[in-house]
Design a protein around this ligand. Structure first.
Ligand SMILES: Cc1ncc(COP(=O)(O)O)c(C=O)c1O
Length: 395
């Protein structure tokens, strides 16, 4: 029995043309027409129907994009960054690369993303501890500033950006948006990836479109994007020899990889439609199953790409069936399912970090499961998946 993956790469067919072009013209380098073309495709996709323009720097990963965003905001080891705890380590690790402190923020129940109430509490507490706010409040003692707020759109579901943006505006702390999982999602008609002063996208192998590995930094401020291109190519000053006035990074996307991205952009809208159709299928199945709840758009302002369809299983209502039972039953049939992200404040590597909230993300982790959600799932694969689900939930 072939393995059914949670989310596997889905090529559209057009990718080879761009990759071959790169070989034929010998643009086998971290620059070239595909890099520029991919950046332009992303910028116009993200812009959607807005009047505001967006700019994009193609990079080696989403993690690299977040790292450069924090570098450009001037985060120092004395500073603290507010990060959604319920996420993948790609959100948190860039803060650690800089040596700054992380204060973890809980999720709210509707979207599973950063809770505005817990965020407010976190800011008040950190200011009380002596942390400053850039251009608003000086720090005390040896403390630095609260430099950024990092919300995530988990599994493609937009966070409550209106409320988070209002807190950002009021406090003066900028948002760095982790839209790694949310290309194609939107909130009140505005695309995910356009909310932060800078945002990150990921094209890792399991994402809605992939370049095998890659990411992008997006901003409406072209200065940031140009600076990201400079920093991602080792911060070379304008000189005939190699001259460096600051520390750079080797984070630029290659022209081969960007060729895959250009091909994938041609099918992005189809991929969103396919993932949303998968979600509808699961939703129809679970509609009459007591104790199983799907991650759901709270109202029509939220539009998720449903990168992964995720469920919460309450064993007190399912006769004892829990998420681990479902995962293992699926595994027996060679079907991959995964628990939701383990909150970062519970990770051994972040032991002792500050966490603000009541632990909603802990409950979501304990009860939650991601179901196979690839846009390339075949009918016979869906049959196998639903056979197991039918057996478990006795339909
Ligand atoms: C929420 C989130 N943030 C950040 C990343 C990091 O992206 P990348 O793997 O491209 O570094 C990922 C995905 O991998 C992610 O899911």
């Amino acid at each position: 029995m072939d393995k059914i993956w949670l989310s596997s790469p889905h090529m559209g067919g057009g990718e080879r043309k761009y990759v071959n072009e790169a070989f034929d013209t010998n643009w086998v380098a971290p620059l070239g027409p595909n890099v520029t073309g991919f950046e332009n495709d992303l910028s116009s996709y993200i812009k959607s129907n807005e009047t505001q323009n967006y700019y994009t720097a193609a990079l080696t990963s989403g993690t690299a994009a977040l790292h450069l965003a924090l570098v450009m905001l001037g985060v120092t080891p004395n500073d603290v960054v507010l990060v959604q705890s319920f996420t993948f380590c790609g959100t948190t690790n860039p803060v650690v690369y800089i040596g700054a402190k992380i204060a973890f923020v809980d999720s709210e129940r509707d979207t599973w993303n950063m809770d505005p109430v817990a965020l407010k509490e976190a800011i008040e507490t950190l200011v009380g501890q002596g942390y400053g706010i850039p251009r608003k409040k000086e720090p005390k003692g040896n403390k630095g500033y609260i430099r950024a707020i990092m919300p995530v759109h988990l599994y493609g579901m937009p966070a409550k950006m209106d409320e988070l943006e209002a807190i950002s505006k009021e406090s003066g702390i900028p948002i760095v948006e982790d839209a790694a999982e949310a290309l194609g999602s939107s909130y009140n008609g505005k695309m995910c990836g356009t909310f932060g002063v800078m945002s990150a996208l990921s094209f890792n192998g399991n994402k809605i479109i992939t370049t095998s590995g890659g990411g992008a930094l997006v901003s409406s401020n072209n200065d940031y994007v140009e600076k990201a291109r400079f920093l991602s190519t080792q911060a070379r000053d304008n000189a005939p020899h190699y001259q460096h006035s600051q520390i750079g990074y080797n984070y630029r996307m290659s022209n081969i990889v960007a060729g895959i991205g250009r091909g994938q952009m041609e099918v992005l809208n189809d991929r969103v439609a396919q993932r949303r159709a998968n979600n509808q299928r699961y939703r129809a199945f679970f509609a009459d199953v007591e104790g199983v709840e799907l991650q759901t758009e709270p109202n029509s302002g939220f539009y998720s790409n449903f990168w992964l369809t995720s469920i919460i299983i309450d064993p007190s209502k399912t006769g004892g069936i829990d998420r681990e039972f479902v995962r293992l039953e699926m595994e027996k049939e060679n079907i991959e399912c995964r628990p939701l992200w383990k909150p970062m404040h519970l990770q051994p590597v972040f032991e002792g970090s500050e966490f603000f909230g009541s632990g909603v993300c802990v409950e979501l982790f304990e009860k939650g499961l991601c179901l196979p959600s690839g846009s390339n799932l075949r009918e016979d694969e869906f049959e196998r998946i639903f056979e197991v689900l039918n057996r478990i939930f006795k339909k």
